[in-house]
Structure formats: C-alpha cells, structure tokens
Design a protein around this ligand. Structure first.
Ligand SMILES: Cc1ncc(COP(=O)(O)O)c(C=O)c1O
Length: 355
C-alpha cells in the first residue's frame, strides 16, 4: 500500500509530446524486478553489465553503452567527448541541441555550434559545407563534429543512404558524426530496418539513444560506435551530472525495451497513430499538413481560433505563431480511439471557424 494519491486522470491523453506519455507497463515490471537487495552503485551492477550485450546485439560488437538521465545530458556528454576545446559542432538550425537545450551545449560544455538552415531539418553534404571550412585557421572554431537528428525535429527521416553520404563526407574532411537518436526507434520502425542500418552500418561514430520517448520512465544512453571518436566519456558523464548512482534502474529499463521487441511495438504504434491522424484530418476543409508525416509527428496549419479552442480540449503545442503551424505528436500509448476523438474535434472546431 502507498500513501500517495492519484492526482490525474489516466484516461486523458493529448498530442503535445511523446514525453507526456507514462511508462510502458513492461518497463515498470522490469524496474520492480530489479528492486530489492543491494547492488553496487554507479554502474557496477549486474543490470548495467548485461546491458552491454543487449546494445551490442543491436549496434555490433564494438558498441559501448553509457546510460544517462536525459537527452540533453547525453547530447552534451557525447559532443563534449568528441571535441577538443577549440573544436565546433555543425548541426541543423532546427536541431534540439541548438533550439531546445537552453544553451546547455554552450553553457555546460563550452561548445561552439555552427548551425545551418535546412528546408526539412535534414543536413546534406552540401549543407554541411556551408560551415565545414576554415580548417587550420586559428581565427575559426575548428569544425569537428556533424550532429544530425533521426528522426528530425520536423518529423522527417533520413534514409540509411543519406546518413552514409553524410558520414562519408564528414570523415573525408577529418570530422566525426553524432546522431541524436531521441527517436531512433521511431526511425527504425518507419524505415523497417534494424537500428544499426542507419547508425553503425552507415558510419555514425556516436549516438545519443532515446529511451524516454520510447516508453521508459527516464533514461537515455550514449552509444559509442567508434571508440576512437571519443575521449574521457567516463569522466565527462560524472562531471556533467549524468552518472546515476542507482544505475541498475536505468539499465533494466533499457533491457526491457531492447532485449525483445518492445521498442519496435512501441515505435510502430506511435508511427501508425500519426499516419492515422494525418489521414483523418487531411481532407478536413481548411486544414493543411505542410510536411511529410514520416514517423510520429504531424504538423498542421490551422486558423488561430481553431487552435485556441482545440487547445482547451487537448494538449498540443503551437510550432510557429506566425504561420499558425501546430505540432501533434503520438506516443507508444496513443490508441485509435484517441486519434479518432481528436480528429473529430479538429473537424468540429473547423466547422465553427468563420471561413
Ligand atoms: C531531438 C531531441 N533530442 C533530445 C531530446 C531529449 O531531451 P531531454 O533533455 O528533454 O531528455 C529531445 C526531447 O524532446 C528531442 O526531441
């Protein structure tokens, strides 16, 4: 028994973020399984030891996994381990590291970001070249890392071949590649390929692997695919405050996610619900879907009054006040009934809108 009180309605869901979802029941079971008794703290426990093989099963025999608390921390530790003090990171202007981490890469890691405008959140070798210059010039922060996000912040997907072209280009310039995979499982499910197809096999050097959006309570991991691309990760994780003392509870969650097919079931559901939502609203007069729906994000352009009324009924974010673009995210626990109720509400509010 517990003295805690349930303070929310577990049946209410929205479309704000895959982070708004709860914890998958199989993950909670795994946490309970790892409970009881004492285990060595700070990662010297049997669950963290077992996790190395789980990740190697997905990413190949050279992969090393470093569990962390959150995605911002994983990105900061990964990028810091890949750069010397005078080096810089090329990323899309829309990258989470640039737009949504409160300046953490700059503030806590002292990193210089070199952002590039993109039409769809995706870098290409040509776009990378807009910032990959000045090598050897002491006046310019030296480009060292290309950081890409899969799936992107704009809901788009890189193919494995596109990532391979980026990695070949970066490596040819003496640079290394980081992939922010907060939604890597959604990408693998959408592409219908193994996780390694667009990471290890495409030449990515270091990955921030997302657990939270995939169904964990919390937990992300830095996965090193090329040990030669990083320095001092062990020390950087601690000094970046990402070393969990009770790490067994992060590790066992990842084991539950990745040892079987929970990751794929969760990602497939989230992706399928996004497609269902897009299809349901696409033909509603006045609604525009301006971007391709390739994983678990749907972007839509709606009249402001409709957005305001809908947001009183369902949680979701306005992406761009100026254009009226909103973002709808689906999660592992979004159901067909959730989507249908929301799509019906969109149609209803559109009918009430003065044309
Ligand atoms: C692309 C991307 N990277 C990283 C993260 C992880 O961030 P957090 O620090 O909130 O776990 C997110 C979460 O929204 C994200 O969308």
């Amino acid at each position: 028994m517990t003295d805690a009180v349930r303070r929310h309605d577990p049946l209410v869901k929205g479309f704000a973020s895959d982070n708004y979802a709860g914890v998958h029941p199989e993950i909670l079971q795994a946490v309970a399984l790892a409970n009881g008794g004492h285990q060595t703290a700070y990662g010297d426990d049997v669950y963290t030891a077992a996790l190395q093989d789980v990740f190697r099963g997905h990413f190949g025999p050279a992969a090393e996994v470093w569990p962390m608390f959150n995605g911002t921390g994983a990105n900061v530790v990964a990028l810091r381990s890949m750069t010397a003090h005078w080096e810089a990171v090329i990323c899309a202007e829309s990258a989470h590291i640039h737009t949504d981490e409160g300046g953490a890469p700059e503030r806590s890691a002292g990193l210089k970001l070199l952002p590039v405008a993109t039409p769809d959140g995706k870098l290409t070798p040509e776009l990378i070249d807009r910032q990959a210059w000045g090598f050897g010039d002491e006046h310019r922060a030296q480009p060292k890392v290309v950081s890409i996000t899969q799936t992107t912040e704009l809901g788009t997907l890189y193919t494995p071949e596109e990532i391979r072209a980026i990695c070949d280009h970066a490596h040819g310039l003496g640079m290394v590649v980081h992939l922010d995979g907060a939604r890597a499982t959604n990408a693998a499910a959408a592409l219908d390929v193994p996780l390694r197809a667009f990471t290890t096999d495409a030449g990515v050097d270091v990955l921030s692997f997302g657990g939270t959006k995939a169904g964990l309570m919390f937990g992300e991991a830095v996965v090193v695919l090329d040990p030669g691309a990083v320095r001092g990760l062990r020390y950087l994780r601690k000094s970046a405050m990402q070393l969990a003392s009770k790490m067994r509870f992060v590790s066992v969650q990842f084991e539950a996610l990745l040892a079987g097919d929970l990751w794929l079931r969760n990602a497939r559901n989230a992706n399928a619900m996004a497609l269902r939502l897009a299809e349901a609203v696409r033909d509603v007069p006045g609604v525009r879907i301006p971007r391709p729906v390739q994983a678990n994000a749907v972007f839509a352009i709606l009249p402001g009054d409709v957005t305001a009324r809908l947001q009183k009924r369902f949680r979701f974010y306005t992406w761009n006040e100026a254009t009226g673009e909103v973002r709808w995210m689906t999660a592992f626990d979004t159901t067909e009934a959730d989507v249908d109720a929301f799509a019906a509400a969109v149609a209803e509010e559109m009918r009430l809108s003065p044309a």
